[in-house]
Design a protein. Structure first.
Length: 440
């Protein structure tokens, strides 16, 4: 089967650097590698062939220094800065061989070689400094062993880039995300070392058990295994799977963190947090009152608390969605806020970071399911009539079709006001803009 298509990309250069812009918008799972004179990219986002996986591999026309090459993800593209091995004449082309149709020259950012001394600044969009760009070409440890205790051939599974949020991202906001990425890398390094230590200890324990068996077989004095060694030997058969599950849970946890997501603006998140907390407290009061009427204490007993928590969370989630919407990582944010609001209303402590991996995985799965359902609804609305689309908007915003909003024009005007949109263009255009804002 054919692999992912190549994305469109542009390039320009200076005497010491080459700049490549890969045109994949809202890219997630992005990976860029520069090794042995080759530039490779993979990621999922919106490109010339729609929203899907994309991949790119180029044999560069000149030598570069992989350890000094950098890249980062921004909204409309993935941007790569290649450091030439030696400053000097411009390259005749970006790559070796025939230029593919997806490759264009970034004429807007191009500076002729004889003019570079006058204007030598980085192209627009590449102004981020070294602290805001992530290094590629770093060596990746491989752990291969005959005992097959490793959870994969490649230990490193880090996401080594950050996602910019909606709205204007200040340098301070980006710095917060990159500091969070450094914290993640330090935590991953520690857990990687712990997994490696566990594998090595298990191998040593298996070797000691084999030696003991041989000594007993040939009548030699045999050393007794310690309690720890016996435990390691007993768990050796499942160690690989346990390490694999631990790494997956850890990865899901970090992917659920803010620095790996294109999240809503902070002002919208703050409104959603306040709305979720109010909704949680209101629903708690209503739920306790309803159950009290039938002689049930909503906060006593595991099952009663579970049902109460579920009702509170559902109300908080609905309130959060009203503020942040459904685009990009907004559903994940809504689920996080709802979970936090439910815990606070129930007087429960927040989970510990790594122990929160299972909850984070559930949040991601729930958000993905919610987004999939929204995509199905949006696809169905594409073929709907104008009145049907307006009805869907009114249901989403809980606008009653009565009085001034009984007409299509009145309902659209009310929806625009509630969504913070201007009454610009014809009714059909306004309706489509509302659907894009509410459903995406």
């Amino acid at each position: 089967a054919a692999g992912p298509p190549s994305p469109e990309f542009m390039w320009c250069q200076r005497s010491d650097r080459v700049y490549v812009t890969i045109k994949v918008a809202d890219c997630v799972r992005a990976a860029v590698h520069v090794n042995d004179g080759e530039l490779s990219f993979s990621g999922h986002g919106h490109g010339a062939r729609g929203t899907r996986d994309y991949a790119l591999s180029l044999r560069l026309a000149g030598a570069v220094v992989p350890s000094r090459c950098c890249w980062f993800v921004c909204g409309p593209s993935v941007r790569v800065r290649l450091e030439k091995e030696a400053a000097g004449p411009y390259w005749d082309s970006l790559m070796v061989g025939v230029k593919p149709p997806q490759c264009k020259i970034d004429w807007q950012s191009w500076i002729d070689e004889d003019e570079e001394c006058e204007v030598s600044a980085a192209p627009s969009g590449f102004e981020a400094n070294d602290l805001q760009m992530q290094m590629v070409g770093q060596s990746i440890e491989f752990y291969r062993d005959e005992s097959r205790l490793t959870s994969s051939e490649e230990e490193g599974e880090e996401e080594d880039s950050v996602m910019m949020d909606h709205g204007l991202n200040s340098v301070d906001a980006l710095s917060v995300k990159f500091r969070a990425l450094e914290v993640e890398k330090a935590a991953r390094t520690r857990s990687k070392a712990e997994r490696r230590q566990r594998r090595e200890a298990t191998r040593d324990a298996l070797a000691a058990a084999d030696e003991r068996s041989r000594d007993l077989k040939y009548g030699r004095p045999a050393r007794e295994l310690s309690e720890e060694e016996e435990g390691l030997v007993a768990g050796a058969g499942t160690l690989r799977q346990r390490l694999k599950e631990q790494k997956r849970a850890e990865r899901l946890y970090w992917l659920s963190r803010a620095h790996h997501q294109m999240r809503p603006q902070e002002k919208d998140t703050a409104k959603a947090r306040a709305a979720a907390n109010r909704a949680a407290q209101d629903e708690l009061a209503r739920h306790v009152s309803r159950l009290k009427q039938v002689g049930v204490d909503a906060l006593v007993g595991d099952e009663s608390r579970r049902r109460t928590r579920h009702a509170i969370r559902a109300a908080a989630l609905e309130a959060a969605y009203t503020e942040v919407g459904y685009k990009d990582a907004a559903p994940i944010v809504a689920h996080e806020l709802a979970a936090a609001a439910a815990r606070e209303a129930m007087g429960e402590p927040p989970p510990q970071p790594i122990e929160a991996a299972a909850e984070a995985a559930a949040e991601v799965a729930a958000a993905e399911a919610a987004m999939a359902e929204l995509r199905r609804e949006r696809a169905a609305l594409d073929s709907a009539t104008l009145p049907q689309k307006v009805d869907a908007i009114c249901i989403a915003l809980e606008i009653p079709r009565e009085g001034a909003t009984s007409t299509i024009g009145g309902a659209v005007a009310k929806a625009n006001a509630m969504a913070g949109l201007e009454d610009v263009g014809g009714l059909l255009r306004q309706v489509e803009r509302l659907l894009d804002t509410l459903i995406g």
